[in-house]
Design a protein around this ligand. Structure first.
Ligand SMILES: NC(=O)c1ccc[n+]([C@@H]2O[C@H](COP(=O)([O-])OP(=O)(O)OC[C@H]3O[C@@H](n4cnc5c(N)ncnc54)[C@H](O)[C@@H]3O)[C@@H](O)[C@H]2O)c1
Ligand SMILES: [Zn+2]
Ligand SMILES: [Zn+2]
Length: 390
């Protein structure tokens, strides 16, 4: 089959690789009809994620049609159309039982590698380094899906791929980010990053009762999309987010803050230069500019929710402000399985059509150039959908 493979920083290729097969009887094999490129893929593309190997297949936002079914799978049969969560979860361990699916204790076969860095290993993820399982991703014609009874959700008739694809990741991620922000009715929520995750966090903040949503970015079309979602916007290259947020909240600061940017935050000034240099020479894996800014901006006793992905180590986090202002911090890879049914219901009921975020739809063969376009935010690119079947 054809698949998008990682080779090194900035070098991904579409190559012919062996077709996946059933390995465990709890697997299914899915013929991929749509797969998206995520902001998280950019961290791999940028070479920031350790334990990537040449030839690894990327992609964790995937859907398609089941073509092979392991003998132990009870929920699915050939021909079922499914969306696949990016986290692989066994459904049976202590963490899965508590619905902490992205923390599954059994799905990562390379647990020791992750535990060495983090103390304990989170779940295995599709297309996301060997430390997180070395699972082949979904930017390919076919994908093997382990623990099929726990992961995928069947798509009701009448919905397009574009309407449901983002249940695999960014819609639940934006939703969990807003849930983690602990929004009380009428509160002001500030969201850093108007990428796809920020866009879904904006819409989810409204669903969860926000009174005001303020989104921060510098890319014009992304801020425009945020305004279409009824957010007010701050261009951080024109107005200082701290000054602006303090002024617009009567000196109190936003009640709830969401960092939907993560490890590759862009920053002006000395702090940005410091992180850039340290990250380049690998003394720091992350550029935590937004994390610092959100801690500073958040009102006393507020909550900071962090869906933005961090990888390893970051410097100069203002822990003093965090502690003395009594902030609550919540974060994590999304427990996607928890949100599949409730968010599918919102799509079916017409409360939201997630396809609004798509700007580019291309055949898989064009994926390498779309990685570049998406990374550089050229051509108005906000979200790319790949069509592996042409
Ligand atoms: N927790 C999870 O399970 C999960 C799931 C999906 C994605 N993510 C992470 O969420 C983050 C966002 O993903 P995305 O797909 O929206 O990515 P993206 O790269 O498209 O968007 C990031 C946005 O942040 C903006 N930005 C950069 N520096 C900024 C700053 N200083 N202030 C404000 N905005 C700034 C960029 O202009 C861009 O629009 C990534 O780190 C990604 O890895 C996490
Ligand atoms: Zn993702
Ligand atoms: Zn588990």
């Amino acid at each position: 089959m054809r698949a998008l493979t990682w080779h090194s920083s900035g070098d991904v290729r579409v190559e012919t690789v062996p077709d996946p097969t059933i390995v465990d009887q709890t697997d299914v094999v899915v013929k991929v009809t749509s797969a998206a490129i995520c902001g998280s893929d950019l961290h791999l593309y940028g070479g920031y994620m350790p334990t990537m190997e040449k030839g690894d297949i990327l992609g964790h936002e995937t859907m398609g049609e089941i073509v092979e079914v392991g003998s132990a799978v009870t929920k699915f049969r050939r021909g079922d159309r499914v969306v696949i969560p990016f986290a692989i979860s066994c459904g049976a361990c202590w963490f899965c039982q508590k619905e902490l699916f992205s923390l599954c204790d059994t799905s990562n076969p390379n647990k020791e590698m992750a535990a060495k860095v983090m103390g304990q290993s989170p779940a295995g993820l599709f297309g996301f380094s060997h430390m997180l399982g070395g699972f082949a991703g979904g930017q390919a014609e076919y994908i093997r899906v382990p623990f099929a009874d726990v992961g995928p959700i069947k798509v009701p008739d009448g919905l397009t791929d574009e309407q449901v694809l983002f249940l695999s990741d960014i819609f639940p991620t934006g939703y969990m980010a807003a849930e983690n922000a602990e929004i009380e009715p009428g509160e002001t929520v500030a969201i850093w990053g108007c990428g796809p995750v920020g866009q879904f966090a904006i819409r989810s903040a409204w669903m969860l009762g926000a009174g005001r949503v303020i989104a921060i970015d510098r890319v014009a079309e992304r801020m425009e999309m945020a305004r279409q979602g009824n957010a007010e916007t701050i261009d951080y290259t024109k107005d200082d987010p701290y000054e602006t947020l303090m002024e617009t909240t009567g000196g109190r600061g936003p009640d709830r803050c969401i960092d939907a940017v993560g490890a590759e935050a862009h920053a002006t000034g000395i702090g940005g230069a410091y992180d850039k240099v340290k990250q380049t020479v690998r003394l720091e894996t992350d550029r935590p500019h937004v994390l610092r800014e959100a801690i500073r901006c958040c009102r006393k006793g507020g909550t900071l929710s962090i869906p933005g992905a961090y990888i390893g180590f970051a410097d100069k986090i203002p822990v003093g402000a965090m502690m003395n202002k009594a902030l609550t911090i919540k974060t994590g890879q999304t427990h996607v399985q928890r949100y599949l049914e409730p968010l599918m219901t919102k799509i079916v009921d017409g409360q939201i059509d997630p396809s609004f975020v798509i700007t580019h739809t291309v055949p898989l063969e064009k994926a390498p150039e779309m990685y570049k376009t998406f990374q550089k935010k050229e051509d108005g690119c906000i979200k790319v959908v790949l069509k592996p079947q042409g």
